[in-house]
Design a protein around this ligand. Structure first.
Ligand code: C2E
Ligand code: MG
Ligand code: MG
Length: 734
């Protein structure tokens, strides 16, 4: 295209007449190079601009012919490109040359078309110089110029862009026709004014056109400004929107985090709810169902059984024996582990359909389902007992536990879980009476239990109600025959049930712990009594009172203080008080007993081992226990016959006591044969119905005043049945 343009330009130069160079051509040249490029008006928001340069080309054509117009087109295009480049529009040299070539070629083609057709056609229609002729000429030139220039520009653009020629022409080149027609119009006006015009019309036309141009330019400037403002506003709006979008995205991200946190919190909440539910129904130590869970299940089974008695079941109540001792001696963490071992063994011994629960500290309960008879339930219970009894080792301690098991069969009378559990518990209380440690609930057991509960409750108030009293059984020097003291024996005269024998209420008092406050009362009562008896006569100043101390009290820290208080309050010499501790209580924890007895001994009191021979004393402990006297259990005395047979055990015990350098006292002397045997064996002291029954305090005091001889006068026929001392007690059989 550049080549073709160059050729056109060369041809035009050759054919250019020298006459054209004059003021007119110079004026057009100045207009084309200086004014026209600066006058072009860009149409806001479009790719087009109205150029006035074509007017110069058309004027050159009208005045100086085709070659002058071709050269003018080249110069005018070069000036426009130069001006545009100076204004900052990027434009390569090739583009500049291409633009020049397009315009040069198009004006050349237009000139050729003119020479070939237009000049002849137009000159036929009207005389040259006439306005119509001028308009036709310019119109035809403009059309031709537009057609060729736009076609070439479209070819160039579509080649560069590799786009469709037609579309490119429509989009980019079509509207450039405006420029051609504006240029033609302007050229026509100038030509008319200069050629024919009077100067006034010319000036007026110039002024009007200038005003029109300036006001248009101004309005275009305003439109441009307004557009800039709109664009700035749009940009601002777009920026605001972008910011909003960013803000929205930030919010969305924040929301996502919040939602995730919330989900996590919900998850934690669900988990803690689940944990809470588990904690509400399961024991935290053994992970067995707890009392509540067990009760719920039991409640369901009771309802089921009431609807369909074929669905029988048994409830087992299990209690670990002396669990408190394990806790106290080995510590709570070992105690916890023992419970865990026990729980595991229970579960292992039972069917999956059975339910094992921990319902209290050392209490467990089981629901046995697939067991049809009481006998079978007992078998299961014994199996559990044997399994649990297997020794095991924990932190170096060999541990062996025993359980008491109570069994309650389901019954139509049960309405709540508590009722059946209560009866299994009752049975469990009597399990220790059975060699296998298993007991089945019966209605008689409930009667016994309720009676026991009643006695226990009544016993708590017995001291306050004045129902308790002390009886005193004289203690006799078997060799001299004199009284050296009394054993204080507790009596309970129940306000409704009458006299209750010690064998019945003492075990209850011991198990429930009520024996401790009662013994405090006994110590006060007996030492106070003794203090008064000491004053009866000089010879009674060494009289002693012997008080029974239960195993429960022995292991209670308050014992020493209780004894001390009694001594201080009564003012009796400490050696006048003797404390009797049974052999079995003393040996339950011999090391501990040695410690307590030594502290008691330091107070100055005397100590006696009671019911000796019934427990399992180890000789080494016997040696170390600081007892003063050893009291032979009455069962050994009782077995001695009328002619002194079965005396071997007595003889052994007395020799042992002598060997240990302890004094010996025999209880339960009922016959003269027993008495004389004991005397012959060298037994120091004795007590028994033959010598004196336990006496009320009044009777005991009276006997002191009587100054009587306590040993019976030896007769051949005397027996225990004859021995009936004054004011003796007469206990009913309960
Ligand atoms: P224990 O300490 O061995 O008391 C001696 C028991 O033998 C007394 O029975 C006494 O009445 C009885 N007894 C004495 N001589 C004879 C006799 O010749 N033949 C027969 N068959 N019995 C005789 P009691 O008073 O019924 O007391 C029974 C047990 O109750 C006592 O045995 C003692 O273990 C306990 N006990 C009695 N009073 C108290 C007390 O105040 N505190 C404590 N902790 N236990 C007491
Ligand atoms: Mg006693
Ligand atoms: Mg005794």
């Amino acid at each position: 295209m550049i080549l073709l343009g160059g050729m056109c330009l060369s041809l035009a130069s050759v054919n250019l007449s020298r006459d054209v160079f004059g003021t007119g051509f110079l004026a057009i040249l100045i207009y084309a190079t200086v004014l026209a490029p600066r006058m072009s008006l860009a149409i806001p928001r479009s790719k087009f601009a109205i150029s006035f340069s074509d007017a110069a080309v058309f004027l050159a054509f009208l005045y100086f012919g085709g070659p002058a117009a071709i050269i003018m087109a080249a110069i005018e295009t070069l000036a426009s490109c130069y001006f545009l480049r100076n204004s900052g529009v990027p434009m390569s040299r090739t583009t500049v040359l291409t633009n020049i070539s397009i315009n040069t070629i198009s004006i050349s083609v237009t000139y050729l078309v003119w020479l070939t057709f237009l000049e002849r056609i137009l000159s036929e229609g009207s005389a040259s110089g006439e306005t119509q002729h001028l308009l036709s000429t310019l119109g035809a030139l403009a059309v031709s110029q537009f057609a060729v220039a736009s076609f070439l520009a479209a070819v160039f653009r579509s080649t560069v862009d590799r786009s469709d020629l037609w579309k490119t022409w429509i989009t980019n080149c079509f509207s450039s026709s405006l420029t051609q027609f504006v240029g033609a119009g302007l050229a026509g006006i100038i030509y008319k004014v200069v050629s024919y015009g009077d100067i006034v019309t010319g000036v007026i036309a110039f002024v009007v056109l200038s005003l029109a141009y300036l006001s248009y330019r101004q309005s275009i400037g305003k439109v441009g400004e307004a557009i800039l403002q709109v664009e700035a506003a749009e940009q601002e709006k777009a920026e605001t929107e972008r910011e909003r979008r960013r803000e929205a995205e930030r919010h969305a991200a924040q929301l996502a985090i919040t939602l995730e946190n919330e989900e996590q919190a919900n998850e934690a909440l669900r988990k803690s709810e689940k944990d809470l539910q588990h904690a509400a129904l399961y024991d935290s130590l053994t992970d067995l169902p707890n009392r509540k869970h067990f009760g719920d299940k039991l409640g369901e089974l009771i309802d089921e059984y009431r609807n369909n008695p074929a669905t029988g079941f048994f409830v087992l109540f299990l209690d670990i024996r002396k669990f408190k001792n394990i806790n106290d001696s080995l510590g709570h963490s070992i105690g916890d582990k023992v419970l865990m071992v026990a729980a595991k063994r229970f579960v292992r011994m039972l069917n999956p359909s059975d339910l094992v629960a921990r319902i209290g500290g050392d209490e467990f309960a089981v629901i046995l389902r697939d067991v049809s008879s009481v006998g079978d339930a007992q078998k299961v219970a014994r199996r559990v007992f044997n399994s649990i009894a297997q020794p095991f080792s924990l932190s170096g301690n060999k541990i062996s536990i025993r359980v008491n098991i109570g069994i309650a069969p389901c019954d139509i009378e049960y309405r709540t879980p508590e009722e059946i559990l209560r009866d299994a518990d009752i049975a469990m209380h009597y399990a220790k009476e059975d060699s296998s440690s298993v007991a089945v609930f019966t209605k008689e057991l409930r009667v016994r239990f309720l009676e026991r509960v009643r006695l226990e409750n009544d016993l708590r108030n017995a001291v306050d109600r004045g129902e308790l009293s002390m009886h005193y059984q004289p203690l006799i020097d078997l060799q001299q025959g004199g009284i050296f003291g009394f054993e204080a024996l507790l009596r309970w005269n129940h306000s409704e049930l009458g006299m209750i024998p010690p064998d019945k209420f003492i075990p209850i008092a011991e198990e429930s712990g009520v024996i401790i406050p009662i013994t405090v009362w006994i110590l006060k009562e007996t030492t106070g009594q003794l203090a008064r008896w000491h004053k009866i006569a000089q010879k009674y100043q060494d009289l002693i009172v012997s008080v029974n101390i239960s195993g429960k009290h022995l292991s209670n820290d308050d014992l020493i203080g209780d004894v001390e208080t009694a001594l201080t309050v009564s003012g009796i010499p400490p050696s006048s008080l003797k404390l009797e501790i049974t052999e079995s209580a003393a040996m339950a924890d011999a090391e501990y007993t040695i410690g307590v007895l030594n502290r008691l001994k330091n107070l100055g009191v005397q100590l006696s081992i009671d019911d000796f021979g019934t427990g399992y004393s180890s000789l080494s402990y016997l040696h170390r226990l600081p007892f003063d006297t050893l009291k032979i259990d009455r069962s050994f005395v009782y077995s001695v016959g009328a002619s002194g047979e079965n005396s071997e055990i007595l003889q052994t015990i007395i020799s042992l006591a002598k060997g240990l350098k302890k004094k010996v006292i025999a209880e339960g002397i009922e016959t003269e044969a027993q008495l004389s045997l004991l005397q012959n064996l060298g037994c120091d002291f004795g007590q028994g119905y033959l010598l004196a029954r336990p006496l009320t305090k009044e009777a005991a005091e009276k006997s002191l005043y009587e100054n009587k001889s306590w040993l019976p006068a030896p007769t051949d026929t005397s027996t225990a049945d004859d021995a009936q001392p004054a004011a003796e007690e007469n206990l009913p059989v309960f």
